[in-house]
Design a protein around this ligand. Structure first.
Ligand code: C2E
Ligand code: CA
Ligand code: CA
Length: 682
């Protein structure tokens, strides 16, 4: 290997042999000296030694090519500009000095040379040039961060009238390229970007560029939207040419420099913020910075700073949003939605802090806090003698990676002595795609323990219907996105919704549609047979006390209008996936479930055969028949578990009815009636 001299190299350009020799004597202890007798020779030496030369000491008055002409050439060669030039003058000439400065000269020394002073100047220049010259990226050979920043500071100071754009670019999924195709391929991609940037740099008078780290590149160019567009296109095309097997996408964040009080590193931060947005949106290749991005970053930081205190001081509060059983038209359970009641800033919505918590690993703590609160609440209700419906809690996709998840949840329900059936778990659809194997395993363990799982946000875009067949879940929560259009115009959303609900039925999965806001939506969802809904139309998320009052009122309403009674026992039947339900629909005799209180009878649920053979056109119970049913139901009231009666229908059809009591709640009796056709025996 070539032994590199530790000494820096200085090029001395002077036509006076004597002066040159004195300087060489003076300086050769510390520096390797190269000399030239005029401007042309100096250019030749530059060509020969290139960037090895770290400082140029230049006399201005020389034959063949004078110093100023040399500087003109020097200025036109980008690669030379990082070599500092010290100009020697023998007279004070302001105009000449100005011209030299314009050409990028760093310093002046007076002739005849004062050796001490010259040494000092050279030393400073070398130090500075080292920063600039030696700081080259080893993979791509282009500037590194440091050089870029130095140059950019200089550029902004020297060309204050030009509007520049600071661009930060990186390669999406670069790690994947490295891991999958190997480091060499990764390097090839980086070199390709660097080469293209170098090519582009030749088009512009001012164009700085560098590789910051890994797959991150930056550049600064005169701002015009089409400049950026062209650059991004050029990069994309050359990457495409490089490898046709996979699609390489670059994400670019652009900060159009408008605040010159910022340091270049802060300009980078702005371009970076924009780039982050770009990454989040796969269809975008370029995102421009705007001030609201800083605001959102500030808020993010605020959220992180405040979270510990907030947890300690219990600033997080549980809100409950009822779910409504569409068949019964009554609330059934609720979803726990967390709210942050900040002492100074008031209520902060989860949309703002949940994503930040997920990014920063805080979500696990918050979720466990919410789960505990939900368990405490269920325990409290049970202690008060209520028979609560389940509360569902959100389980972040991040929680799935917690190896103690199942243990944590099972410990919680044990601690509060509640059935795991009462705590339903909502897991967002996107979690199911991330690490399917892990999710399937975890869900199975949770279900084996007795928890019920809801796939949340179904249809929000990540998964296909296909995924459902592999997943052990109990409910499908359908994303409210489907409801965005106006219902009732046979739009695409409704069609999708209809088939999703239908498909869920085939899989014996009850659907819960979220975000229901209007009567029209409710009617539509009833029509397509959706089992549960949740939305502002019925109730917004509310504090616990309010929810308790709400439930109390709903109960009162129910006992008044008996038709839709509140029967917990029935939930099995409303759950089309439950064994009871499946069996119910499979039986080849007509069968129906009635509620009964204070002489009032309501038809709650029936199977297909009942619908075909027994039910009247308008679904009402025939008066004479109801008389007989009443008598039978009263008999059960008196204590018997079941009874049999015979009735005549449509003047020629005889049925034997076996009537069984299957439950009673809040004074409402639930009776199941089976209709055996005995006409042939009569
Ligand atoms: P999500 O689980 O999909 O919750 C439903 C969101 O829809 C809630 O927003 C709810 O208030 C809102 N919503 C309900 N009905 C309607 C309606 O009719 N119209 C409209 N426009 N919106 C409706 P919220 O409470 O702001 O929560 C947002 C998201 O934050 C939740 O979406 C959930 O993903 C997350 N989140 C909330 N609490 C927790 C928690 O304790 N843990 C975790 N990990 N995430 C939570
Ligand atoms: Ca949810
Ligand atoms: Ca949801």
């Amino acid at each position: 290997m070539e032994q590199r001299s530790e000494k820096s190299t200085v090029l001395i350009v002077d036509d006076d042999e004597l002066v040159k020799n004195i300087l060489i004597d003076e300086l050769s202890q510390e520096y390797d000296i190269i000399s030239a007798g005029n401007g042309q020779e100096a250019l030749d030496k530059l060509e020969e030694y290139g960037e090895k030369i770290e400082v140029i000491v230049l006399d201005l008055v020389m034959p063949v090519m004078d110093g100023v002409t040399f500087l003109e050439n020097y200025r036109n060669r980008k690669e030379y500009q990082k070599i500092p030039v010290i100009v020697a003058t023998s007279r004070e000439d302001i105009e000449l000095e100005k011209k030299c400065l314009e050409y990028g000269v760093w310093h002046f020394v007076m002739k005849p040379y004062n050796p001490t002073l010259l040494r000092f100047r050279i030393k400073n220049a070398v130090a500075k040039s080292k920063l600039l010259v030696s700081d080259k990226d080893s993979v791509t050979g282009i500037d590194t961060k440091f050089t870029f920043y130095e140059k950019l500071r200089r550029l902004l100071a020297e060309v204050p009238d030009e509007k520049f754009a600071f661009v930060r670019m990186d390669i999406d999924r670069f790690k994947m390229i490295n891991n999958f195709y190997g480091i060499a391929e990764g390097d090839r991609v980086l070199k390709c970007v660097a080469k293209e940037l170098t090519r582009i740099s030749e088009v512009f008078e001012h164009f700085l560029y560098a590789r910051m780290e890994n797959d991150v590149f930056v550049c600064c160019l005169p701002y015009k939207e089409e400049n950026i567009e062209l650059m991004v296109n050029a990069l994309q095309i050359s990457l495409k040419k490089l490898n046709k097997d996979y699609n390489i996408k670059m994400s670019c964040g652009v900060y159009v420099i408008d605040d010159y009080s910022l340091d270049v590193t802060q300009m980078y931060d702005r371009a970076y913020l924009a780039a982050k947005r770009c990454k989040e949106n796969f269809s975008k290749r370029v995102v421009y910075y705007n001030n609201s991005m800083v605001e959102s970053m500030r808020r993010e930081q605020f959220v992180i700073n405040e979270v510990n205190k907030a947890l300690e001081e219990e600033q997080f509060v549980l809100y409950l949003q009822p779910k409504v059983n569409m068949i019964l038209g009554r609330p059934y359970g609720a979803e726990a939605l967390v709210r942050w009641i900040h002492p100074k800033h008031g209520m902060i919505s989860p949309g703002e802090f949940i994503p930040v918590f997920e990014k920063n690993g805080i979500i696990g703590r918050l979720d466990q806090y919410v789960w505990r609160k939900a368990c405490q609440l269920l325990r409290k209700w049970i202690d008060e003698g209520k028979e609560p419906d389940p509360i569902s809690v959100n389980v972040s996709r991040v929680d799935i990676y917690n190896p103690h998840l199942v243990e944590t949840l099972s410990k919680l329900v044990t601690e509060y002595r509640i059935s795991p059936h009462l705590l339903n778990l909502e897991l967002t659809e996107s979690a199911f795609v991330e690490d399917q194997e892990l999710v399937i395993k975890t869900m199975k363990r949770l279900r084996d323990y007795g928890f019920q799982i809801m796939m949340d946000d179904f249809g929000s875009g990540y998964s296909s219907l296909n995924i459902l067949k592999d997943m052990e879940i109990d409910y499908l929560k359908i994303d409210m996105k489907f409801l965005n259009q106006d219902i009732g115009f046979n739009g695409k959303g409704e069609k999708v919704l209809t088939s999703v609900v239908k498909m869920a039925k085939w899989m014996h999965l009850p659907s819960i549609v979220e975000g229901v806001e209007t009567q029209a939506q409710v009617d539509f969802l009833k029509d397509i047979g959706c089992e549960y809904v949740q939305g502002y139309y019925y109730a917004k998320p509310m504090p616990v006390e309010e929810y308790e009052k709400y439930i109390e009122q709903e109960h009162k309403k129910e006992t008044k209008s008996l038709v839709h009674a509140n029967i917990g026992v029935m939930n099995e039947l409303w759950n089309p996936r439950s064994a009871t339900s499946v069996l119910f629909d499979m039986l080849d005799v007509p069968i129906a479930v009635y509620e009964y209180k204070d002489d009032k009878i309501g038809l709650l649920r029936y199977n297909k055969l009942y619908e075909e053979r027994i039910m009247t056109g308008d679904g009402e119970i025939i008066e004479e028949e109801s008389e007989e049913l009443r008598t039978a139901f009263d008999e059960l009231e008196a204590g018997s578990q079941g009874t049999v009666i015979e009735i005549l229908r449509d003047s020629d059809k005889w049925y034997r009815l076996t009537i069984k009591r299957i439950g009673k709640k809040s004074g409402v009796a639930i009776n199941m009636v089976t209709f055996f056709d005995i006409s042939d025996c009569k």
